[in-house]
Write a protein that binds this ligand. Sequence first.
Ligand SMILES: [Zn+2]
Length: 457
Amino acid sequence: MMLAATPVEDDLRHLCDRIGGRPTGSRACDRSVDWFLEKFRQAGADLAWTEPFPVPHRWEGDRTAARVVTPEEAPLDAVAMPYSATTPKGGLERDVVFIGAGSAEEFERAGARLRGALLLLDSKVLVTFEDLFGDYLRMPAIMQRAEAAGAAGILVVGARDRHLLYRHIATFGWPAPLPMAILAREDGLRLARMAQEGRVRLRLEVAARTGPAYRSRNLLAEIRGRDRPEEIVLAGAHLDSWDLGTGALDNGANCAMLLDIARQMAALGTRPRRTVRFALFTGEEQGMFGSLGYVRAHRPELDRHAAVAIFDIGTGRFTGFSLGGREDLRPQVAGALRGVEGYGAGRHTADAFVGTDNYDFLLEGVPNLVASQAQANYMENYHASSDTFDKADLRELKVNGAIAATLLWGLAESPERPARQGRAEIAEVMRRTGLADQMKTFGLWAEWEKKERGRPD
Ligand SMILES: [Zn+2]
């Protein structure tokens, strides 16, 4: 039924073209929450509601401008990194120092020249998910070195070909110590050549609307279970996006898919044993604050969350599910997917990573899955001005909808359900999968260790 004509295409087009890019805290983000609330009601969900949650710091990108002033005037295309510090109005004019890949040795070699300078950091072109993770993982140490060296700001050579601009985050929702901007790759490479040839001065202006903590909203909707309505299978996707594109692949497509599944389930005339709850989170791009807000607000209910499945990688075909480090989930997931075995979504992996809205469920010990997807055109448009409706593969999106619906129904029907883990078991997952190391690199370890985030017992 998911494969027949459904409004999923119209829904995604409306979200992308009429509402557009929707960073958390923006008017467009609010409008997208209200629009989906109405759509889930129209779809026949038994309940649909919104819940507020706090986002610790406001940062909305405004103007970014970069211009070489010495040896010759030359404008460069640049875009601020989210949570970048702002510059004084009119910008700062500083020498540019090329810092290569930003290793400790390169910083040491550059020495005192870094004080008060704008550092220019090289990048490799992003091709794979490994490249992307590598790029995220290198930034915290580079920011620290730059700050320690007394630099005035960081410029990054764009990691995308053909002048593509994109938002690339370097902190998990906390203000960065310095102004930081990405230069269009060709402009960045030109600047690197010039800076290695002789003295280059550059004027950088970063404007952003910044502010203290504020509230955003998650959208929740339910198809109530017939037999154990208090037990929940949660299907989640984040609705917020960055602002240069219109958030089609990341992650409007999967939001439209979940709405389509709710619509088809409501039309079935029969209900699954457990409740299927749909969650469209916001605050994901800033640091997964929507799903964090959800687990905090629903902590008394978490024991009754049979499973959580998150969808966040565009419209490439599902290849299987990441099991959040839990091999014990494999039989149940494989069983739930039996009806769609021919679609090739059977390669499940017992890995765990920091990257999307399953994170806080994992930290709470709730069985959690993330859909693995064929890369397709996801990486080339990731967080970029090119992430627009025309990039969505609607045929694959519909096949994915059929797979996801089968999984959710199967999990909601399954006679057994895997247990919630306690703190010691969660810690063991973190150690075994390398998640602990990622958390340390990203500065997320202390809040787990101090029991401010995650299951305390
Ligand atoms: Zn995403």
